[in-house]
Design a protein around this ligand. Sequence first.
Ligand code: IMP
Ligand code: MG
Length: 332
Amino acid sequence: MPCTVIVGAFWGDEGKGKISSYLALKDKLDFCVRTGSVNAAHTVWIDGKKYALHMVPAAFINPKTRLLIAAGANVDVKTFFSEVEQTNVQSRIAIDQNASIIEEKHSAADKASAVNRGIGTTGRGVGPAIEERVRRTAKLAKDLPELKGYITDQVQEVNDGLDAGKNVLLEGTQGFMLSLFFGTYPYVTGRDTGAAAICSEAGVGPTRVDDVLIVYKSFMTRVGAGSLPGELTKEEAQKRGWFETAAGTGRDRRSAPFDFDLAKKTAKINGATQAALTKLDSLFPTCKGARKFDVLPNEAKQFIKEVETQTGIPVVLIGTGPEALEIIDRRK
Ligand code: IMP
Ligand code: MG
């Protein structure tokens, strides 16, 4: 803090929602800006209740945090209203005037496209909506009467906030290996998902950022097509307790062991200064619910040390369970 960017290291679903919600409470976030779009779902567990959020920033669990949707984001209006109601954030959420709109025709095109089906897109219309924006024919948030009352200048709000010393979190979505530029093209999403692009979508200049927090999961998962180094069979994934289904689409996630070379590469290209490591309890079940580093078994400590050695950055947050507060916080 004051300005931190959260970026996913692999193919999304690293647990960015959990980290964002924890920081909202712990660091008393003043602003949280969600980038990207509804192809991503951020899961938040608080007091035994689960939220899978496609539009509302995961930081909503702090009632004092101002919630913003980035200028570079793509808005699905129906999902936005349904999540605003579900999270009861009417009085403190707004969308940047220039965010663009996903229409019914975009999700229809996404689902109908043979190429997109081959890639295994989420079918939420995000790629076609971005295409339309690039053609300069997209509708923007400020053009929609139903969004009146939710429109703001997110870019100005956040930059003024930073001038005033407020805490700002830029919530990245998806994972770096899904980046249009740096991922496993053509099996990627329709945007750059890296830290620099997150800043760009939110209109925050690179010199204003204090920390880039890269989120690793203790193993890797991927939905949709494209390579996954070290991929396990579903049976093996189930045996290890790593089998997951997607929070957004319900599809099976493929899984693989943590890849240190990939972790090193993604830390470097994103300029990461800090790392979070989630789901440590999936590798070492006795870690479940731990709140202190000292109580972890030696093999878990070794694994964390190895991540730090190979990536060259400190693992400051360690997830030990799904709840927002099930975390070991090693920051001073
Ligand atoms: P699209 O983003 O819907 O166009 O899908 C492109 C690829 O990215 C597909 O393989 C999707 O499964 C994957 N993808 C997109 N968003 C996410 C995400 O938030 N988590 C995991 N995979 C995603
Ligand atoms: Mg997700």
